[in-house]
Design a protein around this ligand. Structure first.
Ligand SMILES: Nc1ncnc2c1ncn2[C@@H]1O[C@H](COP(=O)(O)OP(=O)(O)OP(=O)(O)O)[C@@H](O)[C@H]1O
Length: 288
């Protein structure tokens, strides 16, 4: 019998995580569980603490308080085992541009003590998987931004991690390339890898995520399935200008929103609610 979401093992567990950088309290006590096989999006504006959370989970930063586990391993006390569970794609491109695609991947395989034959096999498999088989011998400097991002994803998957961390995987990419990366991310999830991604693109979280967490100033505001968060607010929005200020009213049905629009002198658009509305209604801030 298939496991239900409720009984699935936990892939990431975070308990009371805090991080201080001198004057800045970047994380103020994060508690969160991500189930095995989930695609979880961590959504928040610039500076809300997304990268800091990922860095602690993949072992690149230490928490000031609290603890975190990846696939059951404590990221601090069992750091070697915990790191083996993680594939990490940072926000900035950090490939060696003078080396070829193959060489970049091979270095990563050596760091993880993979044998030469296994490295070769995995590199060929993953370059085919991310659609870059014919670029194996190309120097990285000759690749487009979207291709470099795919090389970084292949590199992160080389040692067969259980959890893939993607920090803003489509930042700076044009919409068509962004959709290609989304398709790849979905494929990786369908092949069994848990995915934790940060983004400040609302539509990215809405399109990809099984669940999202909204982060604001180092605190999780809410966690839920995108459609449930939207339903809780009301599926339809009516934007209204009153006293030269815009505000939005929410309704469960389009009919109710339209009925209200007719009565309201400042009403100017009836539209579907999105996660940006949910974030705005909870925090008064916009994500992007
Ligand atoms: N190494 C550091 N030293 C000092 N402060 C830091 C450091 N790294 C992050 N911060 C601060 O911690 C807070 C959270 O930063 P973080 O990079 O985690 O946010 P973010 O949500 O990932 O933002 P972005 O979307 O811009 O990447 C910010 O106020 C940031 O300035």
């Amino acid at each position: 019998m298939a496991e239900s979401a409720a009984t699935k093992p936990v892939a990431i567990e975070i308990r009371g995580l805090k991080k201080r950088y001198r004057q800045v309290e970047a994380l103020k006590g994060i508690t969160l569980k991500v189930k095995e096989g989930e695609l979880f999006a961590y959504l928040g504006p610039n500076g809300s603490g997304k990268t800091t959370t990922i860095k602690i989970l993949v072992g690149l930063a230490r928490a000031s308080e609290g603890e975190a586990f990846v696939n059951g391993y404590n990221v601090e006390k069992e750091s070697i085992n915990a790191k083996r569970q993680c594939g990490y794609v940072p926000q900035a491109i950090n490939l060696d541009h003078e080396l070829t695609v193959e060489e970049n991947l091979d270095i990563h395989g050596r760091l993880f003590d993979m044998s030469r034959s296994y490295r070769r096999e995995r590199i060929d498999y993953l370059l085919e998987y991310v659609g870059l088989k014919d670029r194996k011998k190309s120097p990285v400097k000759e690749l487009s931004g979207g291709m470099k991002r795919r090389v970084m994803i292949a590199r992160a998957l080389l040692h067969e991690p259980k959890v893939l961390f993607l920090d803003e995987p489509t930042v700076g990419l044009d919409p068509a390339i962004r959709r290609k990366i989304w398709a790849l991310v979905k494929k990786i999830q369908m092949d069994g890898t848990t995915i934790f991604l940060t983004t400040h693109y609302i539509e990215e979280a809405e399109f990809l995520a099984d669940r999202v967490a909204f982060l604001s100033e180092g605190t999780i505001i809410t966690v839920g399935k995108p459609q449930e968060l939207i339903d809780d607010l009301g599926r339809w929005a009516l934007d209204v200008v009153e006293n030269e200020r815009m505000h939005t009213l929410y309704f469960p049905t389009q009919e109710e929103a339209k009925r209200h629009a007719v009565l309201h002198p400042g009403a100017f658009s009836v539209r579907r609610v999105n996660l940006e509305d949910v974030f705005l209604s909870l925090t008064g801030q916009r994500v992007g």
